[in-house]
Design a binder for this molecule. Structure first.
Ligand SMILES: Cc1cc2nc3c(=O)[nH]c(=O)nc-3n(C[C@H](O)[C@H](O)[C@H](O)COP(=O)(O)OP(=O)(O)OC[C@H]3O[C@@H](n4cnc5c(N)ncnc54)[C@H](O)[C@@H]3O)c2cc1C
Length: 356
């Protein structure tokens, strides 16, 4: 079976890798659009600390469980378990976080251990942290570099026989797909075009309500500081910090649902990111501001991804919002099954494309 995957962010890359692993003849098309979310994503993999409840949490918890399994097959995935800290100066908030994490960790051994840290213990793990912040530490939280994970999945898909088409592709009204090198023939198409999925499907008369949620996210360098083992830091706000090796600290991010596809670092966005980062971690004040990235998260009206068949021969894997680096690898496995006409073995009804 020949399957065309449109989009090679984490959603498309993961789906293509799974499809190729099941013996499908896979072609992946990507336009390398500026603002590809996967290239800007922070890389926190910790569904257990999220405030996702209801329909999303079961998918995210399964995705968290799956992370170690699939990255074990990808030596260059960049995924590492570094632990995470929910931080606050408010005892009530910390107690709530401890209760939530303990409850979730009871059903998810991979979430690791939950323990309270006083401010001095929290600063031992993340030295730039504000001195008044205590923490609830979760040992199983992880981080991944979205760019490297995407590359690792695409290389592994290529090793399994996947082929690549560079540049824009578009549906024609009759359902065929046009590219600059002519029509792309396929038995089945998977739309994984992130925030651009709506415009991609429009010529078919399908209105999938995916909209861009802009995120501006800053990277700092702390010269001669070993940051490789610093944990993820999660304050009450939607802003957060995490670190990679080589003195790199990442501070995210704005959540701008009304900005459209405006690929700019704005003055207000930069101020918001810096204000939040330096409030939580004043020790970053002297760090080098290395770069600010912009990415368009694929948002949906109900905050849930869109996974499954639109009609026979046309599947979709998008709408991952703020959680795609965590959830898309597992979702890719499920959507690969659906595209091949198989039972995914997981209830995808909350994510059905026709629910809107
Ligand atoms: C600032 C920020 C921080 C984030 N932090 C985290 C985090 O810590 N943890 C987490 O789990 N998630 C995080 N996310 C969310 C995550 O990055 C996204 O949910 C995920 O990357 C979306 O992946 P995607 O493949 O659906 O879309 P994208 O990565 O946007 O990929 C879509 C692809 O489709 C291609 N495309 C579009 N139209 C066409 C066309 N017509 N023809 C060919 N190709 C096309 C584009 O070129 C692009 O490569 C963050 C996102 C942002 C922006």
């Amino acid at each position: 079976m020949r399957v065309l995957v449109i989009g090679s962010g984490i959603g498309g890359a993961a789906t293509a890798w799974h499809l190729a692993g099941r013996g499908a003849e896979v072609v992946v098309a990507d336009a390398a659009r500026p603002g590809t979310a996967t290239e800007a994503g922070a890389g926190i993999v910790s569904p257990w600390t999220s405030r996702w409840e209801d329909a999303l949490y079961p998918l995210a918890a399964a995705a968290g469980r799956y992370y170690r399994e699939f990255t074990a097959e990808l030596p260059d995935s960049s995924f590492e378990v570094v632990g995470g800290m929910v931080v606050s100066a408010d005892e009530t908030e910390l107690a709530e976080a401890q209760e939530r994490l303990t409850r979730r960790a009871a059903d998810a051994p991979e979430a690791g251990e939950v323990r309270r840290l006083d401010p001095a213990q929290a600063r031992e793990l993340f030295p730039a942290l504000a001195p008044e912040l205590g923490a609830v530490h979760l040992s199983g939280a992880g981080r991944v570099d979205g760019h490297l994970l995407r590359r690792a999945l695409l290389s592994a898909a290529e090793a399994r026989g996947a082929k690549f088409v560079e540049g824009e592709v578009a549906f024609r009204a009759d359902g065929t797909v046009a590219s600059s090198s002519g029509s792309l023939e396929a038995d089945s198409v998977v739309v994984a075009a992130g925030a651009w999925s709506r415009e991609l499907l429009a010529p078919l008369g399908i209105d999938l309500p995916v909209t861009p949620h802009r995120g501006q996210i800053s990277h700092f360098d702390l010269p001669e500081t070993d940051t490789a083992a610093w944990p993820v830091v999660l304050p009450r706000s939607s802003h957060y910090l995490l670190a990679f090796g080589g003195g790199r600290v990442v501070a995210g991010a704005t959540r701008e649902a009304e900005a459209g596809f405006d690929y700019r670092v704005t003055a207000a966005g930069q101020r918001e990111v810096l204000d939040n980062a330096l409030t939580v971690a004043p020790g970053l004040a002297d760090a080098t501001l290395a770069e600010t990235r912009v990415g368009f998260r694929p948002g949906t009206p109900d905050g849930l991804p869109i996974l499954g068949l639109i009609r026979p021969g046309l599947a979709v894997s998008t709408g991952f919002g703020a959680g795609g680096l965590t959830n898309a690898p597992f979702a890719g496995k499920l959507v690969a099954s659906v595209a091949l006409g198989e039972d995914p073995g997981f209830d995808l009804s909350p994510f059905a494309p026709d629910r809107f």
